[in-house]
Design a protein around this ligand. Structure first.
Ligand code: 1GP
Length: 245
């Protein structure tokens, strides 16, 4: 079964899933091995791998360490074309539909397409939406786009609807890694009402309660990165909370 089918089936069954986001930048093999074991023991559903500034070797090293130390599905969440890597299982093929930067909407994808094809990765066409989280994040700076205001759920829902109509397969609502606070439930609820696609939500989720709130508002899959880096033990308790819903 493809990973997209797995995400969809789980969403239809109204079960919730969680992904650990690993940014390989500046980390060594020992760190990747530790995180792989932590994620496997915690029972997360997926590992997203990517970041804004990663060299080729770091990505290889990270994917190899996760393969050696876990059986978790590895999904690329690429910050650049250079991060396309055949060692992963799938790629979130992102179009930054919240922004108006043509490079992020279609330009980078044109450059990446032949590499993705050659790598034989499962492609998950993703409507990627940055939501304002109260402070500048790396994602905003690097993408050179404006985020959707946090208190404008209608803009978010219309954007997601357009993404669905264009044939995208999942919607990713992201407050940006290290966001001060997670995306508000009200905005997630509005998007949930507007589209049938699986909804991924991440950015600033640090507690069980925040993960539960995102899920109850309509997220099918939540993503945690920063908190797992700071406190790997927390990953297991957030995972348990998400799976208990
Ligand atoms: C960012 O959703 C991810 O794309 C994770 O964010 O690092 O804040 O958990 P955090």
């Amino acid at each position: 079964m493809t990973l997209l089918k797995l995400i969809k089936r789980t969403a239809i069954a109204q079960k919730k899933q969680i992904a650990l986001l690993v940014d390989p930048d500046g980390r060594d093999v020992a760190y990747f091995e530790m995180m792989a074991k932590t994620a496997q023991e915690a029972g997360v559903d997926f590992v997203f791998v990517g970041g804004s500034l990663i060299g080729d070797d770091q990505m290889d090293m990270c994917l190899e360490a996760f393969k050696r130390n876990s059986s978790l599905p590895l999904i690329l969440f690429p910050g650049s074309v250079m991060q396309v890597n055949a060692k992963a299982d799938a790629i979130l093929f992102l179009s930054l539909i919240s922004g108006r930067n043509a490079e992020m909407l279609i330009g980078r994808q044109v450059v990446a397409a032949p590499y993705v094809k050659k790598a034989g990765l499962e492609v998950i066409a993703t409507g990627y939406m940055l939501i304002d989280s109260g402070r500048g994040t790396t994602a905003l700076y690097m993408s050179n786009t404006l985020p959707i205001p946090a208190d404008k759920p209608q803009i978010a829902s219309c954007t997601a609807m357009a993404g669905e109509m264009l044939g995208l397969q999942v919607i990713y609502l992201d407050g940006g890694s290290g966001a001060e606070s997670p995306i508000r439930g009200e905005l997630i609820r509005e998007v949930r009402k507007s589209v049938e696609l699986p909804i991924i939500v991440g950015g600033g989720i640090r507690t069980e309660e925040q993960a539960i709130e995102a899920c109850k508002a309509g997220a099918d899959l939540v993503v945690v990165g920063t908190i797992a880096e700071r406190d790997p033990d927390k990953l297991a308790s957030i995972t348990r909370a998400v799976h208990s819903l």
